[in-house]
Write a protein that binds this ligand. Sequence first.
Ligand code: DP6
Length: 337
Amino acid sequence: MPQMTALGGEARSARGRAHPNVALVKYWGKRDARLNLPSVGSISVTLDGLWTEVRVRESEADGDTYWVNGQPVIGEAAAQLFQNLEVLRAELGLGVRFCVEATSNFPVASGLASSASTGAALTVAVAAFCTRELSARELSILARRGSGSAARSIFGGFVEWHSGTASDGSDSFAEQLASPEAWPLGIVVAITDRQPKAVGSRAGMRHAQTSPFFAAWVTTQDADLAAARQAIAQRDLEHLGTVAEHNCLKMHGVALTAQPSLLYWKPGTLAAMDTVRGLRRRGILAYFTIDAGPQVKVLCHLRDCPTVADALRDTPGVLEVMCSQPGPGARVLEVVA
Ligand code: DP6
């Protein structure tokens, strides 16, 4: 329902949609928390089946209001979302207060990268609201300020986010490596817990440097990035899956050995990892990756999705299975001027 202003006209608004992404070579650790600059580059694939829509509307209230799936946001999640909005307002020189409504078709804050899809959808919606023609690179830099992984969800398909070296973050942006159509891989998502996770990625990353393995994580990342880039260019699932699984276990190794230690896995997570390795022993190319949460994402050939999904459904502790493939980047759906 369009909202009406006090004068009876329809309020200015814009609506954007973006998809979460699965990190294949992961972002873990920051070199600058304020500008959200990562310690390492990362590579991801944007998913098609899951999405977040964000509608921003000029608000007549004193402050911003933020609704997620019909509920007002509160607590730590609210602080992060309001800060994202503040950054966009400052960077785009806007004086207005916003009413933001975000809707996702998947569980939020549970390790399915809702911060990436929400951040990217918010960025394109606010840019459209203020009729600013920004390049995808500029949008990616803006989205990064709100949430690092959101920089990647500006783009569809396979995406690399460059860590960059500039202290102002001007060279820390994402770009597309391959379009969704260029390599229609299967990505099967196994949900092992629907509860919001106890420690979000941002809080988890704050302690990444306390792991004795953090230095090794940083120095070995470039080799993983190069291997993943090459595997994507050659559409080589075996190599991409091998590096993704290795990189995932390294990231979780850093999280597990940080102080305080972080264990994002649930029993179903481990069981699903075992199922994936069992599939490989049967000759099916399937590889897992896990972000900062308990859900397991499995890369496979599109034709193997039904077999992989069935095996995961039969895995103890797996509550739900969703099949996806590479999807599009963030886009504007509607602007009401
Ligand atoms: C484990 O992008 O959510 O999913 O920049 O603090 O908002 P902030 O963190 P966020 O971290 C995602 C971490 C990860 C790995 C990845 O997506 O590369």
